[in-house]
Design a protein around this ligand. Structure first.
Ligand code: C5P
Length: 227
């Protein structure tokens, strides 16, 4: 059986993983795993069922029966929770905070592990997240760890949220990003850390296109994709 090539794109919030992953998946014709969306949906599902986000066993129970679906289409990937299209609602700042609160629970993470691995299908998978290279796909032939200063990330996020009609201050966003970074880096379960064999790419002063070309060239040089 042919092994499915996986390119992991890990890194902190707002660093451009989503843009890079989508561009890579589109240009290669590969599948895309947005693992952050899974945690965002889990946070939302818990809130909707009044499950406290710090109740580890209860959050894990919700994770095990999470009725989440990803649907690729002309306007990108739509995310469904049961019969509701939650694509937009999970992208808010509150959605990100809820995700990072449920993501600290090891049992809930384990419940989502198999679902993520099942998405690795030919011709290949771009896996976007925090622990793609360290935990979910440790044997992936290319692991990128994307970084950028917290200020640059807050500015990018501001533009993104303004585009969605959400109004937030830059200072508030920076504080949120730093709080989320600290929680993601310091948690016991799958903390945000570059895999030993990851290539660290600092995107602070790079355009999205430049990052995309850099990663594509790496994939070509490793024989994962053709020129
Ligand atoms: O990438 P995104 O901002 O959508 O992720 C939301 C939150 O989900 C992150 O702050 C992190 O706490 C959690 N997450 C995670 N592991 C992943 C992806 C996301 O813990 N692989």
């Amino acid at each position: 059986m042919k092994t499915v090539p996986v390119i992991c794109v890990d890194g902190p919030s707002g660093v451009g993983k989503g843009t890079l992953s989508l561009q890579l998946a589109d240009s290669l014709g590969w599948h895309l795993l947005d693992s952050g969306a899974l945690y965002r949906v889990l946070g939302l599902a818990c809130s909707q069922s009044a499950v406290p986000l710090d109740d580890a066993p209860a959050v894990a129970t919700v994770a095990r029966s999470l009725d989440v679906r990803f649907q690729s289409g002309g306007d990108g990937v739509r995310v469904w929770l049961g019969d509701s299209d939650v694509t937009t609602v999970i992208r808010t700042e509150a959605g990100g905070r809820g995700a990072s609160e449920v993501a600290v629970h090891v049992e809930a993470r384990e419940a989502l592990l198999l679902r993520q691995r099942e998405l690795a299908r030919l011709p290949g998978l771009i896996a976007d997240g925090r622990d793609m290279g360290t935990v979910v796909f440790p044997d992936a032939p290319l692991k990128i760890f994307l970084t950028a200063s917290a200020e640059a990330r807050a500015e990018r996020r501001l533009l993104q949220l303004q585009g969605m009609g959400e109004s937030v201050s830059l200072a508030r966003l920076l504080a949120d990003i730093e709080e989320r970074d600290a929680r993601d880096r310091n948690r016991a379960a799958s903390p945000l850390v570059a895999a030993e064999d990851a290539i660290v790419v600092d995107s602070t002063t790079l355009t999205a296109d430049a990052v995309m070309h850099l990663v594509r060239d790496l994939a070509v040089s490793r024989g994962i994709v053709e020129e």
